[in-house]
Design a binder for this molecule. Sequence first.
Ligand SMILES: [Zn+2]
Length: 558
Amino acid sequence: MKDRLSLKAAISAALLASLAGCSTTTETTEVVPGWQPDTTYNVTILHTNDNHGRFWHSRHGEYGMAARKTLIDNLRTEAEAQGSSVLLLSGGDINTGVPESDLLDAEPDFKGMTMIGYDAMALGNHEFDNSLDVLEKQMQWADFPMLSANIYDKATGKRKYQAYEIFEKNGLRIAVIGLTTEDTSKIGNPEFIGELDFRDPKAEAKKLIAELEATEKPDIIIATTHMGHYEDGKRGINAPGDVALARYLDSGSLDMIVGGHSQEPVCMEGPNMYNKSFKPGDECKPDSQNGTWIVQAHEWGKYVGKADFEFRNGELNLVSYDLIPVNLKKKIKVNGEKKRVFIQSEIPKDKEIYDFLKPYQDKGQDKLSVKIAETNGKLEGDRNVVRFQQTNLGRMIAAAHKERAKADFSVMNSGGVRDSIEAGDVTYKDVLTVQPFANMLTYTDMSGAEVLDYLNVVATKPVDSGAYAQFYGIAMTVSPEGVSDVVINGEPLDPNKVYRFTVPSYNAAGGDGYPKIVGHPGNVNTGFVDAEVLKDFLEKNSPIDVNKYEPNDEIVYK
Ligand SMILES: [Zn+2]
């Protein structure tokens, strides 16, 4: 395929030549750009990603859509006053992560985004946590397109969702295409996504860009993606992300990637090297790969990213980039006491959207007290029991994790079990009392040999500590020297076989003195919050028979 920039340069040269009165070829006359030669056009791209139910501010008053709207309104006014065209994009994953939002199918989040004025978003993997009719409903709530070019309907062989949108801005044609990680099919609920085919987004992007060049003839092409950004493309067992996408395409054929999924502020130190010391308010240099700028604004609306471009004679150049914190705070010591203070001056909440969202927040909280399940006995999570022995609740939480991640076995730190659930009716509030930390479910693929090393550390953690582990889907003998007789799926552990197990994100990061497995090539953070996974498990298995989860000497301590 011909390079798009050089094609545009050729067109502008032809135009210049014809303006100068020279005779010129007529090959390109059917392509009439809306822009004028030797004229500079300013384009501002604002972006967020991975909202994950955070329509409301945190309990410390950080982020939230009301402050986000004030900030975006101000940025928009400022940019437009300078003649800039503005697009506001999201890298997807609006759903899942906060009970008040989850219980309302993220209605406040999608309606809030509409009020803020989003122009388009990528469909993220968590948009498929619910059944497809919920997504259809969300598309009605959103008055902006939810894009994905690489999701196909298996039955028809056609694209299931809108692949791209064209925006006309000051004579410029800007194409925004959407792409979704292939990993959606791995972790998604087959009941909901069985009819969908998540194809290679890199190949789809290449195909779609070629189509657009032939038909829509955009001046600028931006991909809003939910694929993840991995430093230097090192992705472990994750599906290829934004770096792989940019490297795969013809150089310069994609101007920008507005990403999501890996939930990082993409701020670089140098080529292929993260700025590991980046703090909110610092300067942020976006990634650049093969002629494509790549940006991502961490998560939850903590930041709004702002990229200012200049378009001139068919060329697009980044002039400045900023990752602007939305009421983020830091802890400081005042007279020996720790206090949270705003890192930058406080952004006031927009009153209109605040008043609009408040009833949803209240309604969500009311719903937390509604019965979700019942149990025929006590689910044991008392601190003086769960930190000393395997219990039905510890094992049930691990069972819920095992099922959600389609894992072979599960490890659950007892310090992450904060209370019991009494016999009788169970509410979401009860679940949040047991699991208040919003840890994420992670899973890891490891060889049996590595699994044995891992178990030798985590299974031998002492009792009377939060590190003491609850297990499900595995049997073994534990002595102070280590573990033996490990049985998984009814078979002795095979050192050469690959096993999948889950552990909460806190422990995956090394919490409780567990081996740090974040960064292990087999480690994946699913983004599912522990309380939601437990709630869903309780709902599906209600009425709960506690006997099913009683320990039965699976773990023998010597
Ligand atoms: Zn995601």
